[in-house]
Design a protein around this ligand. Structure first.
Ligand SMILES: [Zn+2]
Length: 429
């Protein structure tokens, strides 16, 4: 096995100190809330920008409102290596989701600076604007902009106090009038470290997960119409109970998803998170039911099979419950984003080189890397988090777990820097 390239070491004290310091810049009495576009968010970014400068990086906010620290490379015109995630949180969130990825990027830049290592490629550390669903009804705002996927119409979406997203981006230093300037074509590799937000790595005692794909999400709405009736006088035989149909669908969703996930053709989960029966009264046989299904896949063929099978099952359920399947609608349908296979290999080799155990796994949650993968080879490193808990104040990863993830990223950065050079040298011949 090749020895690690990284002489530079990730400082646990510094990385942890920064995470905890940023964890103090949150809404008072509401741990740990730093909503995008809020005063605390801006304050957190000012703190981050100062740390970026301390690490010898130049700092700017791009047209999409992303905070970018840049370390120039030795070779002018070479592609950029980008590392980062997001510093905003959900309401009542944790100190690690997103933030760990930004601080890991910062720490990597510092580790390189400490050891006098200059890369051939420019290195950028990024804090994407508003990854979590914002008050403007949109998530991943900064990474969308960087992928050229932030629409003019989305800029007009209105948030608190009637402010448009356009003016909010301007308020945090972006230039929505030139939003296309945020689009990047120069990124040779994007790496994002993130807490897993699930229980798998902890349960298996592994150091890191190398992400294969960020799931595609399909949302379906099903509606059943039966007949409302008196709960006391309508005999059990002959009822047209829409809630019975809904209950059968909940079970069918679980069974189909379990079968698809067990096929070995990629991660698959599905949830009936909305079950709404009418009139929702104790003494009335429900006459109508509406369900919203959230299904997530690593590959689109599994999703197609799920939708087809669920449609067939729903028709059968309607017939069996003497209800009518009045609607089966696809509300939204996003394809999975695949992580770059070569970068995955570099990350796996880097993990082995620095002595970290690793597994390949899909991400069931959305991330900025999904948008970045549209314009750059992108990959992700997951680190374990306690009990798989996330989006809550109890969110936790141990310092050693974060250091291990950052060390894998640092090693990968050096390998990418060198590998890309080799590729170019071959190209020159
Ligand atoms: Zn996140």
């Amino acid at each position: 096995m090749a020895p690690p390239l990284a002489d530079a070491r990730i400082s646990s004290t510094r990385l942890w100190g920064d995470l905890m310091a940023l964890g103090e810049i949150v809404e008072p009495g509401q741990p740990y809330t730093r909503r995008s576009f809020s005063a605390k968010f801006v304050e957190g970014r000012e703190w981050l920008a100062a740390r970026f400068r301390d690490a010898g990086m130049s700092v700017r906010i791009d047209a999409g409102g992303n905070l970018v620290g840049r370390r120039t490379g030795r070779r002018p015109g070479a592609a950029t290596i980008m590392i980062g995630s997001h510093s905003d949180s959900v309401p009542g969130g944790g100190r690690f989701d997103g933030i760990a990825g930004v601080i890991a990027g910062l720490e990597i830049a510092r580790a390189l600076a400490d050891n006098g290592i200059s890369l051939e490629h420019a290195l950028e550390v990024i804090d994407f604007l508003a990854e979590e669903p914002s008050e403007f009804g949109l998530s991943c705002i900064g990474s969308r902009a960087m992928a050229g996927a932030l629409e003019e119409s989305q800029l007009e979406q209105v948030g608190p106090g009637g402010e448009t997203l356009r003016s909010a981006i301007e308020r945090v230093g972006g230039v929505p009038g030139r939003i296309n300037d945020a689009r990047r074509g120069d990124i040779g590799a994007f790496l994002e470290l993130h807490i897993e937000q699930g229980p798998v790595l902890e349960a298996r005692g592994l150091d890191v997960g190398i992400v294969t794909a960020i799931v595609g999400i399909t949302r379906l709405e099903l509606r059943f119409v039966g007949e409302a009736a008196h709960a006391g006088t309508a005999p059990m035989i002959g009822r047209r109970d829409a809630a019975v149909a809904a209950a059968e669908v909940v079970l069918a969703v679980r069974d189909l998803a379990r079968t698809l996930d067990a096929r070995g053709e990629g991660y698959f989960v599905a949830t009936a998170g909305v079950v709404d029966v009418r009139p929702n009264a104790a003494n009335v046989v429900p006459g109508e039911a509406r369900l919203v299904i959230d299904a997530r896949c690593e590959n689109t063929s599994s999703m197609k099979r799920f939708v087809d099978d669920l449609r067939a099952r729903a028709a059968g359920i309607a017939a069996a419950s003497a209800t009518e399947l009045a609607g089966f609608e696809v509300l939204s349908d996003n394809d999975p984003a695949h992580c770059d296979p070569q970068l995955q290999q570099v990350l796996l080799a880097s993990a082995a080189a620095v002595g970290c155990s690793a597994m390949s796994m899909a991400s069931g949650a959305g991330h900025d890397a999904a948008f970045l993968s549209r314009v750059a080879p992108s990959a992700m490193v997951f680190v374990p988090c306690r009990g798989g808990r996330s989006h809550c104040p109890q969110e936790w990863s141990e310092p050693a777990q974060l250091v291990a993830g950052a060390a894998v990223m640092l090693e990968a950065t050096l390998r990418i820097d060198r590998a890309a050079l080799r590729a170019n040298a071959e190209g020159d011949r």
